[in-house]
Design a protein around this ligand. Sequence first.
Ligand SMILES: [Fe+2]
Length: 286
Amino acid sequence: MCPEAEFAKRRFLLETELDYRAIVASSADLVLVNAARSTVSIDSTAGRSAKAADPVVAARTRTAIANNIKVLGDSLDVIRQGDEFDFDSLQPAAASLVDSVTEAPAVLLQMTRLKSKDQGTFVHSIAVAGLMARLGAATGMDADAIQLLATAGLLHDLGKLFIPDAILKKQGELTDAERKVIRTHPQIGYDILKRYPGVPQMVLDICRLHHEALDGSGYPLGLSGDEISQIVRLSTVCDVFDALTTVRPYKRAWTREQAIHWMFDRGHLFDRKLVLSLGRLLDAME
Ligand SMILES: [Fe+2]
């Protein structure tokens, strides 16, 4: 994304070390290099932790994540049945998830890639919560805010519990009418969460607004630009990334790079700085 005043094109093949240095020295705020296509060796590993998880830590993380899935499933069942739901009951699962993704992030990524259709919403929520916690940490949030962010991630798709399975788990592409039904889930989730006391505004906002887009083309409110907070933008980036990299009955999962590049190319929809931060963070996870 180079400034046109300094480069003839915004996108071009990086062929020489000199071009690379020129970009670094330019006024560009953001630069995305596809290392697979570039013929210049860029030290993309700089700053990576590149530390494989210890097998004991990995096993402990798998158990913790499996437990998170169960706790989340139980909480969502309570909500689905209209019973009393205590928001704080999810905090230990969120705290354990934050620990897991901090200790062994690669394990979380591996597990989320294996999600089955039935577990779809739960595992998607765990993955999004984990990504949100990491991205929140990368953007300098404190421990309390990160834990709350993880809890918001766990609950963000709550409204999907009320979408008929025939639509939610449909094999094949959705019709316009079915897509319209799916698009009701953020508002449904928000309306339900609002009934319970003690649910922080950040959690309500993420539940309701995670499908908004910067150009106003999102839903349910069609907010745009500054009307969409950083926290909500962060949730959107993590949510879309996980959706793109998930196998669907009708499409193959995209690779991490494909998903990040696709989102970066859609700066009218997603916050590019957050997309880049997520890309960097994922590089460091594997
Ligand atoms: Fe959603």
